[in-house]
Design a protein around this ligand. Structure first.
Ligand code: FMN
Length: 170
Protein backbone atom coordinates (compact mmCIF):
# COMPACT_ATOMS: atom_id res chain seq x y z
CA UNK A 1 0.00 0.00 0.00
CA UNK A 2 1.39 3.43 -0.80
CA UNK A 3 1.10 6.15 1.79
CA UNK A 4 -2.00 7.82 0.35
CA UNK A 5 -3.82 4.47 0.11
CA UNK A 6 -2.81 3.69 3.68
CA UNK A 7 -4.11 6.98 5.04
CA UNK A 8 -7.40 6.46 3.22
CA UNK A 9 -7.66 2.78 4.24
CA UNK A 10 -7.32 3.42 7.97
CA UNK A 11 -10.63 4.00 9.64
CA UNK A 12 -12.12 3.30 13.05
CA UNK A 13 -13.17 -0.36 13.22
CA UNK A 14 -15.84 -1.17 15.79
CA UNK A 15 -16.42 -4.88 15.09
CA UNK A 16 -13.83 -7.67 15.01
CA UNK A 17 -13.54 -11.34 14.09
CA UNK A 18 -12.01 -13.50 16.83
CA UNK A 19 -9.19 -14.69 14.50
CA UNK A 20 -5.73 -14.38 16.01
CA UNK A 21 -3.30 -11.77 14.68
CA UNK A 22 -0.15 -13.38 13.31
CA UNK A 23 2.98 -12.81 15.41
CA UNK A 24 4.87 -11.38 12.40
CA UNK A 25 2.18 -8.71 12.02
CA UNK A 26 2.30 -7.82 15.71
CA UNK A 27 6.09 -7.62 15.48
CA UNK A 28 5.84 -5.18 12.56
CA UNK A 29 3.39 -3.01 14.50
CA UNK A 30 5.66 -2.92 17.55
CA UNK A 31 8.72 -2.19 15.40
CA UNK A 32 6.88 0.79 13.86
CA UNK A 33 6.33 2.02 17.42
CA UNK A 34 10.00 1.59 18.27
CA UNK A 35 11.02 3.64 15.21
CA UNK A 36 8.60 6.50 15.91
CA UNK A 37 10.16 9.91 16.57
CA UNK A 38 10.03 11.41 20.06
CA UNK A 39 11.16 14.79 21.36
CA UNK A 40 14.95 14.78 21.91
CA UNK A 41 14.68 11.01 21.18
CA UNK A 42 13.78 10.39 24.82
CA UNK A 43 11.33 7.53 24.02
CA UNK A 44 9.28 8.19 27.18
CA UNK A 45 6.63 5.53 26.67
CA UNK A 46 5.63 1.95 27.35
CA UNK A 47 3.36 -0.19 25.22
CA UNK A 48 0.91 -2.57 26.85
CA UNK A 49 0.08 -5.67 24.81
CA UNK A 50 -3.06 -7.33 26.15
CA UNK A 51 -4.44 -10.63 24.89
CA UNK A 52 -8.18 -10.38 25.39
CA UNK A 53 -9.16 -14.03 25.59
CA UNK A 54 -11.05 -14.72 28.83
CA UNK A 55 -10.76 -11.07 29.97
CA UNK A 56 -13.99 -9.58 28.58
CA UNK A 57 -15.47 -8.74 32.00
CA UNK A 58 -12.31 -6.99 33.21
CA UNK A 59 -11.89 -5.14 29.92
CA UNK A 60 -15.48 -3.89 30.07
CA UNK A 61 -14.61 -1.97 33.25
CA UNK A 62 -11.90 -0.17 31.29
CA UNK A 63 -14.03 0.62 28.23
CA UNK A 64 -17.62 -0.50 28.10
CA UNK A 65 -17.98 -1.42 24.42
CA UNK A 66 -18.36 -5.01 23.31
CA UNK A 67 -16.05 -4.57 20.33
CA UNK A 68 -13.20 -3.47 22.62
CA UNK A 69 -12.61 -7.04 23.78
CA UNK A 70 -13.82 -8.73 20.56
CA UNK A 71 -10.42 -8.28 18.94
CA UNK A 72 -7.77 -10.78 20.07
CA UNK A 73 -5.31 -8.06 21.08
CA UNK A 74 -5.50 -4.61 22.63
CA UNK A 75 -2.56 -2.22 22.53
CA UNK A 76 -2.20 0.55 25.07
CA UNK A 77 0.23 3.45 25.03
CA UNK A 78 1.50 4.85 28.33
CA UNK A 79 3.34 8.16 28.62
CA UNK A 80 6.14 8.50 31.17
CA UNK A 81 6.42 12.20 31.95
CA UNK A 82 9.57 11.85 34.08
CA UNK A 83 11.44 10.44 31.05
CA UNK A 84 10.21 13.06 28.57
CA UNK A 85 11.64 16.31 27.27
CA UNK A 86 10.22 19.47 28.82
CA UNK A 87 10.40 22.75 26.91
CA UNK A 88 11.59 25.85 28.73
CA UNK A 89 8.01 27.12 29.12
CA UNK A 90 7.25 23.93 31.10
CA UNK A 91 5.41 21.92 28.44
CA UNK A 92 6.17 18.24 28.94
CA UNK A 93 6.10 16.31 25.67
CA UNK A 94 5.33 12.79 26.93
CA UNK A 95 1.74 12.76 25.71
CA UNK A 96 2.70 14.16 22.30
CA UNK A 97 5.38 11.45 21.98
CA UNK A 98 2.98 8.71 23.09
CA UNK A 99 0.37 9.88 20.59
CA UNK A 100 2.86 9.73 17.72
CA UNK A 101 3.85 6.20 18.77
CA UNK A 102 0.21 5.12 18.84
CA UNK A 103 -0.42 6.61 15.42
CA UNK A 104 2.58 4.71 14.02
CA UNK A 105 1.11 1.47 15.43
CA UNK A 106 -2.35 2.21 14.06
CA UNK A 107 -1.03 2.96 10.58
CA UNK A 108 1.23 -0.11 10.67
CA UNK A 109 -1.79 -2.23 11.59
CA UNK A 110 -3.79 -0.79 8.68
CA UNK A 111 -0.85 -1.57 6.40
CA UNK A 112 -1.16 -5.22 7.50
CA UNK A 113 -4.90 -5.30 6.71
CA UNK A 114 -5.80 -5.07 10.39
CA UNK A 115 -8.47 -2.94 11.99
CA UNK A 116 -7.97 -0.59 14.94
CA UNK A 117 -9.87 2.14 16.74
CA UNK A 118 -8.39 4.87 18.88
CA UNK A 119 -9.92 4.68 22.35
CA UNK A 120 -9.37 7.58 24.77
CA UNK A 121 -12.79 7.53 26.42
CA UNK A 122 -11.70 4.76 28.79
CA UNK A 123 -11.77 4.80 32.59
CA UNK A 124 -8.19 5.65 33.63
CA UNK A 125 -8.61 4.34 37.20
CA UNK A 126 -9.98 1.02 35.95
CA UNK A 127 -7.14 0.82 33.40
CA UNK A 128 -4.56 1.37 36.17
CA UNK A 129 -6.11 -1.36 38.27
CA UNK A 130 -6.78 -3.95 35.56
CA UNK A 131 -3.38 -3.56 33.84
CA UNK A 132 -1.36 -2.82 36.99
CA UNK A 133 -0.08 0.48 35.57
CA UNK A 134 2.40 2.14 37.98
CA UNK A 135 1.79 5.75 39.12
CA UNK A 136 4.65 7.13 37.02
CA UNK A 137 2.97 6.00 33.77
CA UNK A 138 -0.01 7.79 32.25
CA UNK A 139 -2.36 5.69 30.10
CA UNK A 140 -2.99 7.81 27.00
CA UNK A 141 -4.88 5.61 24.54
CA UNK A 142 -5.83 2.05 23.69
CA UNK A 143 -6.77 0.30 20.49
CA UNK A 144 -8.10 -3.13 19.69
CA UNK A 145 -6.13 -4.87 16.93
CA UNK A 146 -7.81 -7.51 14.83
CA UNK A 147 -9.51 -8.41 11.61
CA UNK A 148 -12.60 -6.31 10.90
CA UNK A 149 -15.82 -8.32 11.07
CA UNK A 150 -17.19 -6.49 8.05
CA UNK A 151 -16.19 -3.71 5.72
CA UNK A 152 -17.98 -0.69 7.06
CA UNK A 153 -15.64 1.83 5.49
CA UNK A 154 -17.43 4.94 4.36
CA UNK A 155 -16.31 8.22 2.86
CA UNK A 156 -14.45 10.30 5.38
CA UNK A 157 -16.31 13.29 6.77
CA UNK A 158 -13.75 16.00 7.19
CA UNK A 159 -13.61 19.77 7.20
CA UNK A 160 -12.36 21.44 4.05
CA UNK A 161 -8.66 22.27 3.91
CA UNK A 162 -9.62 25.93 3.65
CA UNK A 163 -11.11 25.64 7.17
CA UNK A 164 -7.98 24.01 8.54
CA UNK A 165 -4.95 25.57 6.90
CA UNK A 166 -3.58 29.04 7.48
CA UNK A 167 -0.90 30.18 5.05
CA UNK A 168 1.93 32.44 6.16
CA UNK A 169 0.16 34.28 9.01
CA UNK A 170 -3.06 33.77 10.97
C1 FMN B 1 -7.48 10.84 20.18
C2 FMN B 1 -8.69 10.04 19.71
C3 FMN B 1 -9.53 9.46 20.65
C4 FMN B 1 -10.62 8.69 20.24
N1 FMN B 1 -11.37 8.04 21.18
C5 FMN B 1 -12.38 7.24 20.78
C6 FMN B 1 -13.13 6.49 21.73
O1 FMN B 1 -12.89 6.53 22.93
N2 FMN B 1 -14.13 5.68 21.26
C7 FMN B 1 -14.42 5.56 19.93
O2 FMN B 1 -15.33 4.80 19.57
N3 FMN B 1 -13.71 6.27 18.99
C8 FMN B 1 -12.71 7.08 19.39
N4 FMN B 1 -11.96 7.76 18.45
C9 FMN B 1 -12.25 7.57 17.01
C10 FMN B 1 -12.83 8.81 16.33
O3 FMN B 1 -14.18 8.93 16.65
C11 FMN B 1 -12.61 8.68 14.82
O4 FMN B 1 -11.22 8.60 14.55
C12 FMN B 1 -13.18 9.84 14.02
O5 FMN B 1 -14.60 9.88 14.15
C13 FMN B 1 -12.84 9.76 12.54
O6 FMN B 1 -13.28 8.51 11.98
P1 FMN B 1 -12.26 7.49 11.30
O7 FMN B 1 -11.25 7.08 12.36
O8 FMN B 1 -13.10 6.31 10.87
O9 FMN B 1 -11.58 8.17 10.15
C14 FMN B 1 -10.90 8.54 18.85
C15 FMN B 1 -10.03 9.12 17.92
C16 FMN B 1 -8.94 9.84 18.34
C17 FMN B 1 -7.99 10.40 17.31
Amino acid sequence: MDFEQLVRARSSVRGYRPDQVEKEKMDKILEAARLAPTAVNMQPFRILVIHTQGKADQLKTVYHREWFSQAPVILGIMAVKSEAWTRKDGRNHAIIDATIVMDHMILAAADQGLGTCWVCNFDPDAAREVFNIPPFADPVAFTPVGYPSEDKSKPKKRKELSDLVVYESW
